[in-house]
Design a protein around this ligand. Structure first.
Ligand SMILES: [Zn+2]
Length: 176
């Protein structure tokens, strides 16, 4: 998949979860490809494209480890999350990705029908961006980063003067 779409998918989904981490997620979303170049520069040896840097399991484990064991301000998690969106998106393509070092079989999602650079990949990333924008706006997540997405806090809005008393009465028993 093209970088444009990798970036769009990671940025849009990260914006719903944690807007300040979008740049890190973008860095991660392009990492499986640029890590191949870093490897070449450091060792002189060429890695197979969509080889070891695209192991799905590595990005899953990285995300899991940063979420559970150690991380600084979720920066590591955002990076691995971005990488995971990259290899997941690549799994939709004809070439697929390797799941782990233990198998040579290519991993595909939904039959791996998308050809890199074809209109479908722009359709998929476009749809994701639209859905994420709607969620982000609907949950007003941009107003407060620490705020749990999908849950409106009407009493808090009332106290902050965001809504008036009538609106608060109307929504006070709505919890999501
Ligand atoms: Zn890739």
């Amino acid at each position: 998949m093209k970088w444009f779409n990798h970036i769009a998918i990671a940025a849009a989904t990260a914006a719903v979860i944690a807007p300040p981490l979008v740049p890190i997620a973008i860095l991660g979303a392009t990492a499986p490809d640029w890590l191949e170049r870093v490897h070449k520069a450091l060792t002189g040896a060429r890695l197979r494209h969509r080889g070891p840097t695209h192991y799905v399991i590595m990005w899953i484990l990285g995300l899991f480890a940063t979420l559970t064991l150690y991380d600084v301000h979720h920066i590591g998690a955002a990076f691995f999350y971005g990488g995971l969106t990259h290899v997941t998106a690549d799994a939709f393509t004809v070439t697929g990705v390797p799941f782990s070092p233990l198998s040579d079989r290519r991993f595909h999602l939904f039959g791996g029908r998308i050809r890199t650079g074809n209109p479908e990949e722009y359709l998929v990333s476009g749809a994701i961006v639209i859905v994420c924008s709607i969620i982000a706006i609907a949950t007003r997540h941009y107003a407060d980063v620490s705020y749990a997405p999908f849950f409106f806090d009407y009493p808090e809005y009332y106290n902050n003067g965001l809504i008036d008393a009538a609106e608060w009465r109307q929504h006070r028993f709505k919890f999501f």
